[in-house]
Design a protein around this ligand. Structure first.
Ligand code: GAP
Length: 460
Protein backbone atom coordinates (compact mmCIF):
# COMPACT_ATOMS: atom_id res chain seq x y z
CA UNK A 1 0.00 0.00 0.00
CA UNK A 2 2.87 2.37 0.74
CA UNK A 3 3.64 2.16 -3.00
CA UNK A 4 0.26 3.59 -3.91
CA UNK A 5 0.68 7.07 -5.30
CA UNK A 6 -1.72 9.85 -4.44
CA UNK A 7 -1.85 10.87 -8.14
CA UNK A 8 -3.21 7.41 -9.05
CA UNK A 9 -6.02 7.75 -6.52
CA UNK A 10 -6.82 11.33 -7.54
CA UNK A 11 -6.89 10.33 -11.19
CA UNK A 12 -9.12 7.28 -10.58
CA UNK A 13 -11.47 9.40 -8.46
CA UNK A 14 -11.92 11.99 -11.19
CA UNK A 15 -12.09 9.55 -14.11
CA UNK A 16 -14.61 7.23 -12.52
CA UNK A 17 -16.85 9.77 -10.81
CA UNK A 18 -15.84 9.62 -7.15
CA UNK A 19 -14.39 13.07 -6.46
CA UNK A 20 -13.96 16.13 -8.71
CA UNK A 21 -12.16 19.41 -7.96
CA UNK A 22 -14.73 21.94 -6.63
CA UNK A 23 -16.07 24.43 -9.23
CA UNK A 24 -14.01 22.52 -11.82
CA UNK A 25 -15.72 24.07 -14.84
CA UNK A 26 -14.57 27.55 -13.68
CA UNK A 27 -11.00 26.50 -12.98
CA UNK A 28 -11.67 25.27 -9.44
CA UNK A 29 -11.75 26.77 -5.98
CA UNK A 30 -8.76 25.80 -3.87
CA UNK A 31 -9.52 23.52 -0.93
CA UNK A 32 -12.97 22.46 -2.16
CA UNK A 33 -14.05 19.15 -3.68
CA UNK A 34 -17.27 17.84 -5.21
CA UNK A 35 -18.47 14.28 -4.91
CA UNK A 36 -19.71 12.46 -8.00
CA UNK A 37 -22.24 9.61 -8.10
CA UNK A 38 -19.84 6.98 -6.72
CA UNK A 39 -18.15 9.31 -4.24
CA UNK A 40 -21.41 10.37 -2.66
CA UNK A 41 -22.44 6.73 -2.29
CA UNK A 42 -19.11 5.83 -0.65
CA UNK A 43 -19.44 8.85 1.61
CA UNK A 44 -22.98 7.91 2.64
CA UNK A 45 -21.94 4.32 3.30
CA UNK A 46 -19.22 5.56 5.69
CA UNK A 47 -21.58 8.04 7.40
CA UNK A 48 -24.23 5.35 7.84
CA UNK A 49 -21.76 2.78 9.15
CA UNK A 50 -20.49 5.31 11.70
CA UNK A 51 -24.02 6.22 12.81
CA UNK A 52 -24.96 2.56 13.12
CA UNK A 53 -21.83 1.63 15.13
CA UNK A 54 -21.81 4.64 17.44
CA UNK A 55 -25.48 5.64 17.76
CA UNK A 56 -27.99 2.99 16.66
CA UNK A 57 -26.16 -0.02 18.12
CA UNK A 58 -25.48 1.61 21.50
CA UNK A 59 -27.62 2.40 24.51
CA UNK A 60 -25.52 5.32 25.71
CA UNK A 61 -25.61 7.51 22.59
CA UNK A 62 -28.05 10.02 21.12
CA UNK A 63 -27.78 12.10 17.95
CA UNK A 64 -28.16 15.82 17.23
CA UNK A 65 -28.02 17.93 14.08
CA UNK A 66 -27.32 21.57 14.93
CA UNK A 67 -27.30 24.60 12.63
CA UNK A 68 -24.00 25.44 10.93
CA UNK A 69 -24.45 29.17 11.64
CA UNK A 70 -24.33 29.82 15.36
CA UNK A 71 -24.44 32.87 17.62
CA UNK A 72 -20.98 34.51 17.63
CA UNK A 73 -20.92 34.07 21.43
CA UNK A 74 -20.40 30.34 20.83
CA UNK A 75 -17.04 31.00 19.20
CA UNK A 76 -16.02 33.67 21.69
CA UNK A 77 -16.75 31.38 24.64
CA UNK A 78 -15.09 28.36 23.02
CA UNK A 79 -11.83 30.28 22.49
CA UNK A 80 -11.97 29.98 18.69
CA UNK A 81 -12.16 33.75 18.07
CA UNK A 82 -8.95 34.30 20.03
CA UNK A 83 -6.97 31.13 19.44
CA UNK A 84 -8.13 29.19 16.38
CA UNK A 85 -5.16 30.37 14.37
CA UNK A 86 -2.27 29.12 12.27
CA UNK A 87 1.00 31.01 11.76
CA UNK A 88 1.09 32.88 8.45
CA UNK A 89 4.12 34.26 6.62
CA UNK A 90 4.16 36.39 3.47
CA UNK A 91 6.95 36.45 0.92
CA UNK A 92 8.19 40.03 0.34
CA UNK A 93 9.19 39.09 -3.22
CA UNK A 94 6.10 37.40 -4.70
CA UNK A 95 3.59 38.10 -1.89
CA UNK A 96 2.55 34.45 -1.69
CA UNK A 97 1.27 33.50 1.76
CA UNK A 98 2.20 30.24 3.42
CA UNK A 99 1.60 28.37 6.66
CA UNK A 100 4.87 28.89 8.54
CA UNK A 101 4.87 25.53 10.35
CA UNK A 102 4.33 23.52 7.14
CA UNK A 103 7.24 24.85 5.08
CA UNK A 104 9.92 22.36 4.01
CA UNK A 105 12.52 25.12 4.40
CA UNK A 106 11.41 27.90 6.80
CA UNK A 107 13.57 30.47 4.94
CA UNK A 108 12.63 29.65 1.37
CA UNK A 109 9.43 30.67 -0.40
CA UNK A 110 8.03 27.56 -2.15
CA UNK A 111 6.25 29.77 -4.72
CA UNK A 112 9.13 31.89 -6.09
CA UNK A 113 12.11 30.04 -4.59
CA UNK A 114 13.68 33.17 -3.04
CA UNK A 115 15.25 32.87 0.39
CA UNK A 116 14.98 35.15 3.44
CA UNK A 117 11.88 36.89 2.14
CA UNK A 118 9.59 36.02 5.07
CA UNK A 119 9.04 38.48 7.90
CA UNK A 120 7.62 37.63 11.33
CA UNK A 121 4.81 35.08 11.27
CA UNK A 122 1.42 36.48 12.25
CA UNK A 123 -1.48 34.49 13.65
CA UNK A 124 -4.21 33.97 11.04
CA UNK A 125 -7.69 33.03 12.28
CA UNK A 126 -9.03 30.13 10.24
CA UNK A 127 -12.73 30.74 10.76
CA UNK A 128 -14.75 31.92 7.76
CA UNK A 129 -16.55 35.05 8.89
CA UNK A 130 -19.92 36.02 7.52
CA UNK A 131 -22.81 38.34 8.36
CA UNK A 132 -26.29 37.26 9.33
CA UNK A 133 -29.22 39.40 8.18
CA UNK A 134 -29.31 42.51 6.01
CA UNK A 135 -27.23 44.69 8.37
CA UNK A 136 -24.07 44.78 6.30
CA UNK A 137 -22.64 45.30 2.94
CA UNK A 138 -22.43 49.04 2.25
CA UNK A 139 -19.20 49.87 0.53
CA UNK A 140 -17.53 53.05 1.81
CA UNK A 141 -14.27 54.80 1.02
CA UNK A 142 -11.75 54.63 3.82
CA UNK A 143 -11.61 57.86 5.72
CA UNK A 144 -15.19 58.90 4.85
CA UNK A 145 -17.33 59.59 7.93
CA UNK A 146 -19.58 56.73 8.97
CA UNK A 147 -23.30 57.43 9.37
CA UNK A 148 -23.78 55.41 12.49
CA UNK A 149 -21.35 55.10 15.36
CA UNK A 150 -22.21 51.52 16.03
CA UNK A 151 -21.12 50.27 12.61
CA UNK A 152 -17.67 48.83 12.27
CA UNK A 153 -15.49 48.98 9.23
CA UNK A 154 -13.68 46.01 7.75
CA UNK A 155 -10.49 47.46 6.31
CA UNK A 156 -9.27 45.76 3.17
CA UNK A 157 -7.59 47.75 0.42
CA UNK A 158 -8.97 51.23 -0.27
CA UNK A 159 -12.60 50.26 0.11
CA UNK A 160 -14.29 48.99 3.21
CA UNK A 161 -17.50 47.22 4.10
CA UNK A 162 -19.62 48.49 6.96
CA UNK A 163 -21.30 45.98 9.21
CA UNK A 164 -23.20 45.63 12.46
CA UNK A 165 -20.79 43.91 14.87
CA UNK A 166 -23.71 41.92 16.29
CA UNK A 167 -24.46 40.42 12.86
CA UNK A 168 -21.08 38.65 12.67
CA UNK A 169 -21.22 34.88 12.52
CA UNK A 170 -18.82 32.15 11.43
CA UNK A 171 -19.10 28.98 9.43
CA UNK A 172 -18.46 26.42 12.16
CA UNK A 173 -14.85 25.17 12.23
CA UNK A 174 -15.91 22.07 14.22
CA UNK A 175 -19.27 20.38 14.70
CA UNK A 176 -18.50 19.89 18.41
CA UNK A 177 -19.90 23.25 19.55
CA UNK A 178 -23.34 22.35 18.14
CA UNK A 179 -23.27 19.42 20.56
CA UNK A 180 -22.09 21.37 23.61
CA UNK A 181 -24.69 24.11 23.10
CA UNK A 182 -27.41 21.44 23.03
CA UNK A 183 -26.18 19.54 26.08
CA UNK A 184 -28.73 21.19 28.39
CA UNK A 185 -31.57 20.78 25.88
CA UNK A 186 -30.98 17.04 25.54
CA UNK A 187 -30.59 16.52 29.29
CA UNK A 188 -33.87 18.36 29.87
CA UNK A 189 -35.70 16.31 27.22
CA UNK A 190 -34.20 12.87 27.89
CA UNK A 191 -32.38 12.92 31.27
CA UNK A 192 -30.02 10.19 30.03
CA UNK A 193 -27.98 8.08 32.46
CA UNK A 194 -24.37 9.20 32.87
CA UNK A 195 -22.09 8.46 31.05
CA UNK A 196 -23.76 9.23 27.72
CA UNK A 197 -22.67 10.61 24.42
CA UNK A 198 -24.08 12.98 21.81
CA UNK A 199 -23.12 12.40 18.19
CA UNK A 200 -23.27 14.69 15.20
CA UNK A 201 -22.25 14.51 11.56
CA UNK A 202 -21.96 17.54 9.35
CA UNK A 203 -19.95 20.11 7.49
CA UNK A 204 -17.12 22.09 9.05
CA UNK A 205 -15.18 24.93 7.43
CA UNK A 206 -11.63 26.14 7.94
CA UNK A 207 -9.90 28.80 5.89
CA UNK A 208 -6.74 26.70 5.68
CA UNK A 209 -3.71 28.76 4.63
CA UNK A 210 -2.39 25.96 2.45
CA UNK A 211 -5.02 23.34 1.53
CA UNK A 212 -3.18 20.35 0.10
CA UNK A 213 -2.97 16.64 -0.61
CA UNK A 214 -6.32 16.08 -2.31
CA UNK A 215 -9.15 16.07 0.25
CA UNK A 216 -6.76 15.62 3.17
CA UNK A 217 -6.62 19.31 4.06
CA UNK A 218 -9.70 20.98 2.64
CA UNK A 219 -11.42 24.26 3.42
CA UNK A 220 -14.84 22.61 3.53
CA UNK A 221 -15.08 19.11 4.95
CA UNK A 222 -17.26 16.87 7.03
CA UNK A 223 -16.81 15.74 10.59
CA UNK A 224 -18.37 12.92 12.58
CA UNK A 225 -18.01 13.88 16.23
CA UNK A 226 -18.97 12.54 19.61
CA UNK A 227 -18.94 14.35 22.92
CA UNK A 228 -19.04 11.66 25.59
CA UNK A 229 -20.10 13.12 28.95
CA UNK A 230 -18.69 11.52 32.09
CA UNK A 231 -18.26 12.15 35.79
CA UNK A 232 -14.79 13.79 36.22
CA UNK A 233 -13.60 10.78 38.26
CA UNK A 234 -14.29 8.44 35.33
CA UNK A 235 -12.62 10.17 32.40
CA UNK A 236 -9.69 7.74 32.14
CA UNK A 237 -11.96 4.70 31.95
CA UNK A 238 -14.00 6.37 29.19
CA UNK A 239 -10.84 7.42 27.34
CA UNK A 240 -9.63 3.79 27.35
CA UNK A 241 -13.02 2.59 26.12
CA UNK A 242 -12.89 5.05 23.21
CA UNK A 243 -9.34 4.06 22.28
CA UNK A 244 -10.66 0.54 21.76
CA UNK A 245 -13.79 1.67 19.91
CA UNK A 246 -11.75 3.78 17.51
CA UNK A 247 -9.72 0.71 16.57
CA UNK A 248 -12.97 -1.17 15.94
CA UNK A 249 -13.93 1.69 13.63
CA UNK A 250 -10.69 1.61 11.62
CA UNK A 251 -11.13 -2.18 11.30
CA UNK A 252 -14.67 -1.67 10.01
CA UNK A 253 -13.25 0.70 7.37
CA UNK A 254 -11.00 -2.12 6.22
CA UNK A 255 -7.79 -0.31 7.17
CA UNK A 256 -4.91 -2.69 7.84
CA UNK A 257 -4.10 -2.76 11.58
CA UNK A 258 -0.41 -2.24 10.90
CA UNK A 259 -1.14 1.01 9.05
CA UNK A 260 -3.01 2.63 11.95
CA UNK A 261 -0.88 4.20 14.71
CA UNK A 262 -1.65 5.90 17.99
CA UNK A 263 0.28 9.08 18.71
CA UNK A 264 0.24 10.48 22.25
CA UNK A 265 0.20 14.22 21.52
CA UNK A 266 2.61 16.19 23.74
CA UNK A 267 1.15 19.04 25.78
CA UNK A 268 2.76 21.76 23.64
CA UNK A 269 1.00 20.43 20.51
CA UNK A 270 -2.43 19.85 22.03
CA UNK A 271 -5.45 22.07 21.29
CA UNK A 272 -6.12 24.75 23.90
CA UNK A 273 -8.98 22.72 25.44
CA UNK A 274 -7.30 19.32 25.75
CA UNK A 275 -5.63 17.65 28.74
CA UNK A 276 -4.87 14.47 26.79
CA UNK A 277 -5.00 13.79 23.07
CA UNK A 278 -4.25 10.64 21.13
CA UNK A 279 -4.12 11.14 17.38
CA UNK A 280 -4.84 8.13 15.23
CA UNK A 281 -2.45 8.32 12.32
CA UNK A 282 -2.62 6.37 9.10
CA UNK A 283 0.01 5.48 6.52
CA UNK A 284 -1.48 7.57 3.72
CA UNK A 285 0.26 7.69 0.31
CA UNK A 286 1.50 11.15 1.47
CA UNK A 287 3.09 9.60 4.57
CA UNK A 288 1.97 8.97 8.13
CA UNK A 289 -0.61 11.63 8.97
CA UNK A 290 -3.54 12.29 11.29
CA UNK A 291 -6.70 10.38 10.43
CA UNK A 292 -8.73 11.33 13.51
CA UNK A 293 -8.29 12.51 17.07
CA UNK A 294 -9.37 11.45 20.55
CA UNK A 295 -9.25 14.22 23.16
CA UNK A 296 -10.03 14.67 26.83
CA UNK A 297 -11.68 18.11 26.70
CA UNK A 298 -12.32 18.20 30.47
CA UNK A 299 -15.25 20.52 31.38
CA UNK A 300 -13.63 23.33 29.36
CA UNK A 301 -16.56 23.86 26.99
CA UNK A 302 -19.49 23.39 29.37
CA UNK A 303 -17.85 25.66 31.96
CA UNK A 304 -17.30 28.35 29.32
CA UNK A 305 -20.91 28.07 28.16
CA UNK A 306 -22.07 28.31 31.77
CA UNK A 307 -20.01 31.45 32.33
CA UNK A 308 -20.95 33.13 29.03
CA UNK A 309 -24.65 32.24 29.03
CA UNK A 310 -25.35 32.36 32.77
CA UNK A 311 -27.19 29.01 32.45
CA UNK A 312 -26.27 26.07 34.64
CA UNK A 313 -24.63 23.13 32.88
CA UNK A 314 -24.94 20.92 35.96
CA UNK A 315 -25.97 17.32 35.65
CA UNK A 316 -27.99 15.96 38.62
CA UNK A 317 -27.09 12.32 39.30
CA UNK A 318 -30.15 10.08 39.49
CA UNK A 319 -28.95 8.59 42.80
CA UNK A 320 -29.29 11.99 44.50
CA UNK A 321 -25.52 12.66 44.48
CA UNK A 322 -23.93 16.11 44.14
CA UNK A 323 -24.68 17.87 40.83
CA UNK A 324 -21.60 18.38 38.65
CA UNK A 325 -20.54 19.81 35.31
CA UNK A 326 -19.63 16.73 33.23
CA UNK A 327 -16.22 16.21 31.68
CA UNK A 328 -15.92 15.19 28.06
CA UNK A 329 -14.10 12.62 25.96
CA UNK A 330 -14.21 13.61 22.30
CA UNK A 331 -13.53 11.20 19.43
CA UNK A 332 -13.45 13.39 16.33
CA UNK A 333 -13.50 11.72 12.93
CA UNK A 334 -12.90 13.46 9.60
CA UNK A 335 -14.96 12.01 6.76
CA UNK A 336 -12.63 13.09 3.92
CA UNK A 337 -9.60 11.56 5.61
CA UNK A 338 -11.61 8.36 6.20
CA UNK A 339 -12.48 8.27 2.50
CA UNK A 340 -8.86 8.89 1.52
CA UNK A 341 -7.65 6.13 3.86
CA UNK A 342 -10.30 3.68 2.59
CA UNK A 343 -9.36 4.40 -1.04
CA UNK A 344 -5.63 4.13 -0.32
CA UNK A 345 -6.09 0.83 1.51
CA UNK A 346 -8.35 -0.54 -1.24
CA UNK A 347 -6.26 0.56 -4.26
CA UNK A 348 -4.70 -2.61 -5.66
CA UNK A 349 -2.79 -3.54 -8.77
CA UNK A 350 -2.35 -7.13 -9.94
CA UNK A 351 -2.14 -9.11 -13.15
CA UNK A 352 -4.97 -11.08 -14.69
CA UNK A 353 -4.21 -13.27 -17.73
CA UNK A 354 -0.96 -11.38 -18.29
CA UNK A 355 -2.69 -7.98 -18.19
CA UNK A 356 -2.22 -5.32 -15.53
CA UNK A 357 -5.40 -4.72 -13.54
CA UNK A 358 -6.24 -1.88 -11.14
CA UNK A 359 -9.05 -2.50 -8.71
CA UNK A 360 -10.50 -1.19 -5.45
CA UNK A 361 -10.59 -3.96 -2.89
CA UNK A 362 -13.23 -2.11 -0.88
CA UNK A 363 -14.95 -3.82 2.03
CA UNK A 364 -18.25 -4.97 0.53
CA UNK A 365 -20.33 -2.94 2.98
CA UNK A 366 -18.61 0.25 1.74
CA UNK A 367 -18.61 -0.44 -2.01
CA UNK A 368 -20.67 2.24 -3.82
CA UNK A 369 -22.05 -0.36 -6.24
CA UNK A 370 -22.83 -3.75 -4.75
CA UNK A 371 -23.55 -5.69 -7.94
CA UNK A 372 -23.33 -4.97 -11.68
CA UNK A 373 -25.70 -6.80 -14.02
CA UNK A 374 -24.98 -7.34 -17.74
CA UNK A 375 -26.46 -9.19 -20.65
CA UNK A 376 -23.57 -10.98 -22.40
CA UNK A 377 -24.57 -9.28 -25.68
CA UNK A 378 -26.61 -6.13 -25.76
CA UNK A 379 -28.03 -6.75 -29.23
CA UNK A 380 -29.84 -9.96 -28.20
CA UNK A 381 -33.27 -8.91 -26.92
CA UNK A 382 -33.89 -12.22 -25.13
CA UNK A 383 -30.68 -11.78 -23.06
CA UNK A 384 -31.45 -8.12 -22.37
CA UNK A 385 -34.98 -8.98 -21.24
CA UNK A 386 -33.79 -11.67 -18.82
CA UNK A 387 -30.94 -9.44 -17.56
CA UNK A 388 -33.43 -6.61 -16.92
CA UNK A 389 -35.53 -9.00 -14.85
CA UNK A 390 -32.50 -10.00 -12.74
CA UNK A 391 -31.38 -6.36 -12.44
CA UNK A 392 -34.80 -5.22 -11.20
CA UNK A 393 -34.97 -7.98 -8.59
CA UNK A 394 -31.45 -7.27 -7.29
CA UNK A 395 -31.98 -3.52 -7.27
CA UNK A 396 -35.10 -3.97 -5.18
CA UNK A 397 -33.07 -6.00 -2.69
CA UNK A 398 -29.70 -4.21 -2.61
CA UNK A 399 -30.41 -0.71 -3.95
CA UNK A 400 -26.99 0.09 -5.37
CA UNK A 401 -27.03 -2.21 -8.37
CA UNK A 402 -25.66 -1.00 -11.71
CA UNK A 403 -26.80 -1.91 -15.22
CA UNK A 404 -23.72 -2.26 -17.43
CA UNK A 405 -23.92 -3.22 -21.10
CA UNK A 406 -21.12 -1.04 -22.50
CA UNK A 407 -18.25 -2.62 -24.43
CA UNK A 408 -17.26 -6.27 -24.26
CA UNK A 409 -17.52 -8.34 -21.11
CA UNK A 410 -13.79 -8.08 -20.29
CA UNK A 411 -14.00 -4.27 -20.36
CA UNK A 412 -17.06 -4.32 -18.14
CA UNK A 413 -15.25 -6.45 -15.58
CA UNK A 414 -12.25 -4.07 -15.58
CA UNK A 415 -14.52 -1.06 -15.19
CA UNK A 416 -16.41 -2.60 -12.29
CA UNK A 417 -13.13 -3.75 -10.65
CA UNK A 418 -11.84 -0.20 -10.84
CA UNK A 419 -14.81 1.16 -8.88
CA UNK A 420 -14.73 -1.70 -6.39
CA UNK A 421 -17.94 -3.55 -7.33
CA UNK A 422 -17.72 -6.87 -5.45
CA UNK A 423 -19.83 -8.93 -7.90
CA UNK A 424 -20.69 -8.91 -11.59
CA UNK A 425 -23.68 -10.95 -12.73
CA UNK A 426 -23.82 -11.92 -16.41
CA UNK A 427 -26.83 -13.31 -18.23
CA UNK A 428 -25.85 -15.51 -21.21
CA UNK A 429 -27.37 -18.14 -23.47
CA UNK A 430 -27.08 -20.84 -20.78
CA UNK A 431 -29.31 -18.68 -18.60
CA UNK A 432 -32.10 -19.09 -21.13
CA UNK A 433 -31.54 -22.86 -21.13
CA UNK A 434 -31.01 -23.72 -17.46
CA UNK A 435 -31.83 -20.54 -15.50
CA UNK A 436 -28.29 -20.10 -14.13
CA UNK A 437 -26.25 -16.88 -14.29
CA UNK A 438 -22.53 -16.20 -13.98
CA UNK A 439 -21.40 -14.49 -10.80
CA UNK A 440 -17.87 -13.13 -10.95
CA UNK A 441 -15.93 -12.24 -7.81
CA UNK A 442 -13.92 -8.97 -7.94
CA UNK A 443 -11.01 -10.10 -5.78
CA UNK A 444 -10.40 -13.62 -7.10
CA UNK A 445 -11.89 -13.02 -10.60
CA UNK A 446 -13.41 -16.49 -10.20
CA UNK A 447 -16.74 -17.18 -11.87
CA UNK A 448 -19.52 -19.40 -10.56
CA UNK A 449 -22.82 -20.46 -12.04
CA UNK A 450 -25.68 -19.72 -9.71
CA UNK A 451 -29.38 -20.48 -10.19
CA UNK A 452 -31.12 -17.15 -10.76
CA UNK A 453 -33.76 -18.20 -8.22
CA UNK A 454 -31.03 -18.37 -5.54
CA UNK A 455 -29.10 -15.29 -6.65
CA UNK A 456 -30.50 -12.81 -4.13
CA UNK A 457 -29.93 -15.04 -1.12
CA UNK A 458 -26.42 -16.08 -2.29
CA UNK A 459 -25.35 -12.47 -2.81
CA UNK A 460 -26.88 -11.38 0.49
N1 GAP B 1 -13.64 18.98 17.58
C1 GAP B 1 -12.26 18.64 17.56
C2 GAP B 1 -11.63 18.91 16.26
O1 GAP B 1 -12.21 19.49 15.38
P1 GAP B 1 -9.43 18.54 14.92
O2 GAP B 1 -8.26 17.66 15.21
O3 GAP B 1 -9.18 19.95 14.60
O4 GAP B 1 -10.39 18.39 16.17
C3 GAP B 1 -10.79 16.59 13.86
O5 GAP B 1 -10.27 17.89 13.74
C4 GAP B 1 -10.67 15.84 12.56
O6 GAP B 1 -11.28 16.59 11.50
C5 GAP B 1 -9.23 15.62 12.10
O7 GAP B 1 -8.65 14.49 12.73
C6 GAP B 1 -9.43 15.38 10.61
O8 GAP B 1 -9.87 14.06 10.37
C7 GAP B 1 -10.58 16.33 10.29
N2 GAP B 1 -10.06 17.59 9.73
C8 GAP B 1 -9.60 18.67 10.41
N3 GAP B 1 -9.22 19.64 9.58
C9 GAP B 1 -9.45 19.17 8.32
C10 GAP B 1 -9.28 19.71 7.02
N4 GAP B 1 -8.82 20.94 6.83
N5 GAP B 1 -9.60 18.95 5.96
C11 GAP B 1 -10.10 17.70 6.11
N6 GAP B 1 -10.29 17.14 7.33
C12 GAP B 1 -9.97 17.86 8.42
Amino acid sequence: MSNTKLEDIVSLCKRRGFIYPGSDVYGGLSGTWDYGPLGVQLKRNILQLWWKMFVDDREDMLGVDAAILMNQKVWQASGHVDTFTDPLVECSNCHARHRADKLDDPNKCPTCGKTDTFGEARQFNMMFRTFVGPNQGEEVTIGAPLDEQKRSVDLEGRKAITYEPSSVSYLRPETAQGIFTNFKNVVDSFYPDMPFGLAQQGKAFRNEISPRDFVFRSREFEQMEIEYFVHPDNWEEAFTMWLKLVHEWTDALGLPTESVHELEVPEADRAHYSKRTVDFEFDFPIGREELLGLAYRTDFDLQNIQKASGKSMDYRPKDGGEPFVPHVIEPSFGLERSIMAVLAAAYTEDEVNGEKRTYLKLPKHLAPVKVAVSPLLKNKPELVEKAREVYTALKKEFGNVMWDDNGNIGKRYRRQDEIGTPYCVVIDFDTLEDGTVTVRDRDTTEQQRVASTELTSKLA
